[in-house]
Design a protein around this ligand. Structure first.
Ligand SMILES: *[C@@H]1O[C@H](CO)[C@@H](O)[C@H](O)[C@H]1NC(C)=O
Ligand SMILES: *[C@@H]1O[C@H](CO)[C@@H](O)[C@H](O)[C@H]1NC(C)=O
Ligand SMILES: *[C@@H]1O[C@H](CO)[C@@H](O)[C@H](O)[C@H]1NC(C)=O
Ligand SMILES: *[C@@H]1O[C@H](CO)[C@@H](O)[C@H](O)[C@H]1NC(C)=O
Ligand SMILES: *[C@@H]1O[C@H](CO)[C@@H](O)[C@H](O)[C@H]1NC(C)=O
Ligand SMILES: *[C@@H]1O[C@H](CO)[C@@H](O)[C@H](O)[C@H]1NC(C)=O
Ligand SMILES: *[C@@H]1O[C@H](CO)[C@@H](O)[C@H](O)[C@H]1NC(C)=O
Ligand SMILES: *[C@@H]1O[C@H](CO)[C@@H](O)[C@H](O)[C@H]1NC(C)=O
Length: 415
């Protein structure tokens, strides 16, 4: 811009009648203009159009990283790519969780491992386990939520595992925590079970009530929060355990006799829980130290009719992703997604940045990525009625959650 202004005041063109000089000046001006427009074009085409910050100014000599930050990773399509994916072999992952180990439990069609997510306006950086470990050196990462969040945690653990010498990592269960440690890097990756984020009567990872007996202490989160107050990176997710019409809310403590119980519609209760969570984050987390992420709801594929499959069918037997653009199943409640977005907007106004990992849409396409009957079932009865008990909720590993983590990687390493 400055250069354009300078051209007419350049001493060469001032007061000289020579037509040749004027012509040269004109040509120079044209060239400069063209150059400026070209730079702008390339910035606009390589950057995400939906963000405000595509200014051509800046000392961004090396602009790869910053354009990664601005890209909308969440709209795009799945591309079959058996060269780059899977990122690891399932049987090679030392700490694979039995509920996600589809290959081990007999799944034969393994193409679901080969799909790569291609965002519309940019590329995801190629996952490099060593680069991520370097980034996590001396850091503590905690995933907090339900079994889908655990699915994402195991995925990331497997993604890192292959890059670490077996003797230089540890893995352990410590109460409500699962802890993975990369010793050489002093990097800790933990999963903390808290399916409602706030306190509930299902905070034991192994002993759960029926859905109609669920109680949440919607205003209490301290009991959980003190376990991850000093983490460097927090990844939250909570949705599945809220997919019922109503839930019991408790004011007071579980073992006191003067507690007040009230049945509350779940969407309202979800908002209250997010409010408690937000307040806790605002007050207790050091925002210059801790980066916070929230993974949006993970879709289920329980009802085949939704994508034109047989009535009464489930995801069982599906071998290919859905291709209908914008496909959205009825298990993913947009209004509850909106509640999360509102909570995050409010937090931003209060100076707390939470990056959403908006993985719902991209995962909606992946009806074939679930364990179905190819996993360990704790209840042997389930095997006798495979259709009814197909797991169309969690995800096989390697698989869809690896992509969620590739996006997380883009945010962590790209910055
Ligand atoms: C950008 O920076 C990264 C590391 O910071 C480097 O590996 C890469 O080569 C750079 N790219 C360009 C185009 O300079
Ligand atoms: C990758 O996929 C292509 C096309 O489906 C197939 O021809 C090829 O054999 C596959 N390669 C491997 C290593 O599986
Ligand atoms: C899996 O493990 C086997 C045996 O240890 C090894 O040969 C192979 O390279 C590994 N594959 C990958 C993709 O890590
Ligand atoms: C290892 O990382 C933790 C934080 O996760 C830190 O408190 C500790 O000082 C680190 N230890 C070493 C030896 O660097
Ligand atoms: C599960 O929890 C309930 C009460 O919350 C308790 O009565 C029961 O003994 C527990 N079961 C196991 C196996 O721990
Ligand atoms: C409730 O139980 C907790 C431990 O689970 C205990 O610390 C607390 O004192 C108990 N409160 C009452 C009122 O009994
Ligand atoms: C917050 O974190 C920053 C960066 O690690 C550190 O310098 C600062 O002392 C921390 N503040 C508090 C109150 O712990
Ligand atoms: C997340 O994705 C959904 C569907 O693709 C979209 O409706 C929603 O606005 C997105 N939310 C955010 C915060 O990006």
């Amino acid at each position: 811009m400055n250069m354009l202004k300078q051209v007419p005041t350049d001493p060469v063109t001032c007061g000289i009648r020579n037509r040749f000089s004027l012509l040269i000046a004109f040509l120079v001006a044209m060239l400069v203009t063209a150059a400026v427009y070209q730079t702008r074009d390339s910035v606009v085409s390589s950057d995400d159009l939906t963000t405000e910050e595509n200014s051509a100014d800046s000392a961004q000599e090396n602009s790869t990283d910053s354009s990664q930050q601005h890209c909308d990773y969440f709209s795009g399509k799945w591309v079959f790519d058996n060269q780059s994916h899977p990122l690891y072999k399932g049987p090679n992952c030392s700490f694979m969780f039995e509920e996600f180990a589809c290959e081990k439990y007999g799944r034969k069609d393994l193409e679901y491992e080969n799909w790569r997510w291609q965002p519309d306006h940019c590329d995801l950086p190629r996952f490099d386990a060593l680069k991520l470990l370097e980034k996590l050196r001396g850091k503590r990462v905690v995933f907090i939520g339900d079994s889908l969040n655990r699915n994402q945690w195991f995925s990331l653990t497997c993604m890192l595992d292959s890059a670490i010498t077996p003797t230089l990592r540890t893995f352990s269960y410590k109460g409500t925590l699962i802890v993975f440690n990369a010793i050489e890097y002093n990097a800790t990756l933990e999963f903390y079970w808290a399916p409602h984020l706030v306190e509930s009567n299902n905070d034991d990872p192994r002993n759960h009530t029926n859905f109609n007996e669920r109680i949440v202490r919607v205003e209490s989160i301290e009991k959980h929060g003190r376990h991850w107050i000093d983490a460097d990176i927090l990844v939250f997710s909570s949705y599945l355990w809220w997919r019922w019409p109503r839930i019991q809310v408790l004011w007071g403590s579980f073992n006191s006799s003067d507690g007040i119980f009230k049945e509350v519609p779940v969407p309202r209760c979800y908002e209250m829980a997010l409010q408690t969570w937000s307040n806790w984050l605002e007050i207790h987390i050091n925002h210059s130290r801790t980066r916070i992420f929230f993974t949006s709801m993970s879709p289920t594929h329980q009802w085949a009719e939704e994508w034109g499959g047989p009535e009464g069918g489930t995801c069982l037997g599906e071998t290919e992703p859905l291709t209908k653009e914008g496909y959205w199943g009825r298990g993913s409640h947009k209004d509850m997604m909106r509640s999360v977005e509102e909570a995050l907007e409010q937090l931003q106004k209060r100076g707390v940045n939470v990056q959403i990992l908006n993985i719902t849409q991209l995962s909606e396409y992946r009806r074939e990525g679930h364990p179905m009957i190819y996993r360990k079932f704790w209840n042997p009865e389930y095997r006798r009625n495979p259709i009814r008990h197909s797991d169309c909720t969690h995800w096989c590993l390697p698989g869809v959650p690896d992509t969620w983590n590739e996006i997380l990687y883009a945010y962590l390493v790209g910055s």
